[in-house]
Design a protein around this ligand. Structure first.
Ligand code: MN
Length: 319
């Protein structure tokens, strides 16, 4: 998906000396309308004004269930990976490295922008189900942020059956299962589908920070009641996490080693400086080969918004 705000606020992610212990920080999402007044409304919980990243996860948009078509025209990305994860519906992805992939619930579309890529995302026509899912971005570390662009479709992610819950490991490792998805920093993304009355305990890594988002239903995360639209930041130094649900629920767990590099995040670009981002913007508007071409999308590419007057500043992972 694209960040299609017409005047995106400069956001950036990265650095602090004080270690975070276990905590409960409720980060309510802000409503953002993608693609204008008739566009789709999403709840954006990262970047949040109080906390910009969880591990390398730097962007969390949650949408639906909505009777709405997704139609995001070709747009560029740099320095990040996009993770598409659906609860319901289907999204057709096309990109400038020649990919065309329909993603369905339980499957992962992972796009590594690296040096530069462009892609489009749309609902199949006719759309038969509501659209319900999340769009996540993972910041690439400096050593990998200029890798060649790539796309992976993972239809068979590892699934762990627990008493009362089905765990799907989207990225990284959890409960002894390892996702085949390419990651460039130590991180985890997993979905727990909880049956009514389920109470489970997941083993976590003390060196990771974690957050949880309810995708569907309602759940108690470490005793905290949570519903869709709010991200619960859980901090570090946890070796386990309790999840419970009275009714059926889906919980997304995100975690990773704290990302200590400062980054500049603006529109659909992650860079390290104002100049990085300004150059990417300029190249996109000039149809530079850096971003290739998306073939098959019926419509014009998205123009980049105007850069703010002020210099974009690299920022740390929390404010
Ligand atoms: Mn996108």
């Amino acid at each position: 998906m694209s960040n299609v705000e017409t005047a995106p606020v400069e956001t950036s992610c990265g650095h602090e000396a004080v270690p975070d212990g276990p905590t409960h920080e409720l980060l309510p999402g802000r409503e953002v309308v993608l693609g204008g007044p008739r566009g789709m409304t999403v709840s954006r919980t990262l970047p949040h004004k109080e906390r910009r990243m969880v591990g390398a996860w730097c962007f969390v948009d949650q949408y639906g269930p909505a009777d709405h078509d997704m139609r995001v025209a070709p747009h560029p990305h740099t320095g990040l990976q996009t993770v598409t994860w659906l609860v319901e519906g289907e999204v057709l992805h096309r990109d400038s490295v020649g990919s065309r992939a329909l993603v369905r619930p339980g499957q992962l579309n992972l796009m590594t922008a690296g040096h530069g890529i462009s892609h489009s995302e749309e609902s199949p026509v006719p759309r038969t189900e509501p659209l319900h899912g999340v769009q996540l971005w993972v910041a690439l570390p400096d050593a990998a942020r200029s890798v060649a662009p790539a796309f992976e479709h993972h239809p068979d992610l590892p699934v762990v059956e627990l008493a009362g819950a089905t765990l799907t490991v989207i990225m990284g490792e959890l409960a002894g299962a390892v996702s085949p998805a390419t990651a460039y920093t130590p991180l985890v993304g997993a979905e727990a589908a909880l049956a009514a009355g389920a109470e489970i305990t997941l083993a976590l890594r003390g060196d990771f920070e974690y957050a949880a988002l309810v995708l569907d239903g309602a759940a108690h995360i470490d005793g905290v009641p949570l519903t869709p639209g709010t991200l619960l930041y859980l901090g570090r130094e946890r070796t386990s996490l309790d999840l419970a649900a009275a009714g059926p629920a889906r919980v997304l767990l995100l975690g990773g080693e704290p990302f200590e590099e400062e980054i500049v995040m603006w529109w659909n670009f992650v860079g390290r400086s104002h100049d990085d981002v300004a150059a990417a913007r300029e190249q996109w508007m000039a149809a530079d080969p850096r971003f290739g071409e998306v073939v098959g999308y019926d419509g014009a590419p998205l123009p980049a918004p105007v850069l703010p007057n002020a210099q974009l500043k690299p920022r740390g992972r929390r404010r």
